[in-house]
Design a protein around this ligand. Structure first.
Ligand code: CA
Length: 417
């Protein structure tokens, strides 16, 4: 594996091979960059100085914006060409930047000195429901323990259109939502949620979209996807339970969704590709292709106000998902719906087969019946005010290890002003 002239310890989430993209603020200016070790390479400045020498871009400026949308719209061959150029520029054998200290100081900024911003403008957000284990667990709790899966589930990658404007970058506090709760036989009330939960997911970032009316075929679906972020889908279970029939999630979900600031590219993820689970019954022809997932470990962690460090409460993996990314894209567009650069497709909660691998509090505590005991002496079923949740994700294969940088947020009281 090629090394960088920047010293990066083994096991670091951002080796030369990874180069995830993000938007960051430094000295009052927002720029685009890639993470390399503990630094960020300022691509906005690199381009401005005429040093981004990538023929595929045809002299077009793509990083002179505060989000990545213009770059995403250039397409797969440009993404790949820029990646190859950056790997070469940062490689140990390339002197251009390595031996020019003044330029290096200008272009490489320690991540400790930057503030991460939303990497893309999200125009559309869709959340799927593609984990068989999660759909089964929720079906048992919300509906029928003996028949948890609805008849459509193994035929359709079930999803709903979420709220793009409420997607925020890691570190943004999430306020406890108020809404209608229906408790027992009493009349509904409007109050802060008592069942504040979160779901561990990945969010796939669409690169190039499709014209309204023209579906993306399953064979071309993955070419339209630029990269992946970690996603926390905040959920108010009591609001959700009362409102979701017949049109699905609404106010139980659209008050906040956290994403990690660094987008790991699909190209960097290729070595971690694995076959998905057997699909029976066989999906319809427009969804038929070997389903492929990625071997990405996700760790869900909690920290209350009384705790100094995060405690892991679940460890799951994206490889368990029943419906894969290409099937989600093909299904999303089969009716002609148009995806656009910067759209995010949430995978749905990533739950594995064992209780320690469930990706939400409602599953981990089985509807609140089995509280989680913390080393602070506290216990949790759902989230209390000032609790923080974090997901850290990492893919490993032999010596190759790439990280996502994590998504984290703290719960604010419903009355916070
Ligand atoms: Ca979700």
């Amino acid at each position: 594996m090629q090394k960088s002239f920047i010293e990066i310890p083994s096991g670091h989430p951002f080796p030369l091979y990874n180069l995830p993209y993000g938007a960051f603020e430094h000295k009052g200016k927002t720029s685009i960059g890639v993470a390399i070790g503990d630094d960020v390479l300022n691509l906005t400045l690199l381009e401005e100085k005429g040093l981004l020498k990538v023929g595929a871009l045809n002299g077009k400026k793509v990083f002179n914006h505060t989000t990545l949308n213009a770059f995403l719209a250039t397409g797969k061959s440009c993404w790949s060409a820029v990646r190859q150029f950056l790997i070469h520029l940062l490689a140990v054998d390339t002197p251009d930047l390595r031996d020019n200290e003044a330029l290096r100081r200008e272009l490489l900024i320690p991540q400790s000195q930057i503030l991460m911003k939303m990497p893309v403008h999200v125009g559309g957000y869709t959340d799927f429901y593609s984990s068989l284990e999660h759909a089964t667990n929720l079906g048992k709790m919300f509906r029928d323990p003996t028949n948890p899966l609805l008849p459509n589930w193994k035929h359709i990658p079930v999803g709903y259109d979420g709220r793009a404007s409420a997607i925020v970058v890691s570190g943004t506090k999430i306020k406890r939502p108020k809404g209608q709760l229906k408790i027992g036989e009493d009349a509904p009330i409007c109050a802060p949620t008592r069942q504040f939960d979160t779901e561990v997911e990945l969010g796939f970032v669409i690169g190039t979209g499709n014209e309204l009316g023209y579906p993306i075929s399953i064979d071309l679906a993955s070419d339209h996807v630029f990269g992946v972020v970690v996603l926390l889908d905040w959920s108010a279970r009591d609001i959700q339970r009362w409102e979701y029939v017949p049109l699905g999630p609404f106010l139980g979900k659209n008050f906040g969704t956290t994403i990690s600031p660094w987008i790991v590219t699909m190209e960097a993820l290729q070595p971690f590709s694995v076959q998905g689970p057997v699909q029976d019954p066989k999906p319809l022809p427009y969804l038929s292709r070997q389903n492929t997932n990625f071997d990405i470990d996700l760790h869900l962690q909690i920290k209350t106000q009384k705790m100094d460090t995060y405690k892991e409460i679940a460890h799951t993996n994206y490889k368990y998902m029943y419906w894969d990314l290409a099937q989600q894209v093909a299904h999303h567009t089969v009716n002609g719906c148009n995806l656009q650069p910067g759209d995010i497709l949430g995978t749905g909660t990533i739950s594995g087969p064992t209780p320690g691998s469930y990706g939400s509090l409602i599953e981990l505590t089985w509807g609140g019946a089995h509280p989680i005991h913390l080393n602070s002496g506290e216990e949790r079923t759902y989230l209390a005010d000032n609790d923080s949740m974090q997901v850290v994700a990492m893919a490993k294969k032999g010596d190759l290890c790439i990280g996502f940088g994590g998504a984290e947020a703290t719960v604010l009281s419903a009355d916070d002003v």
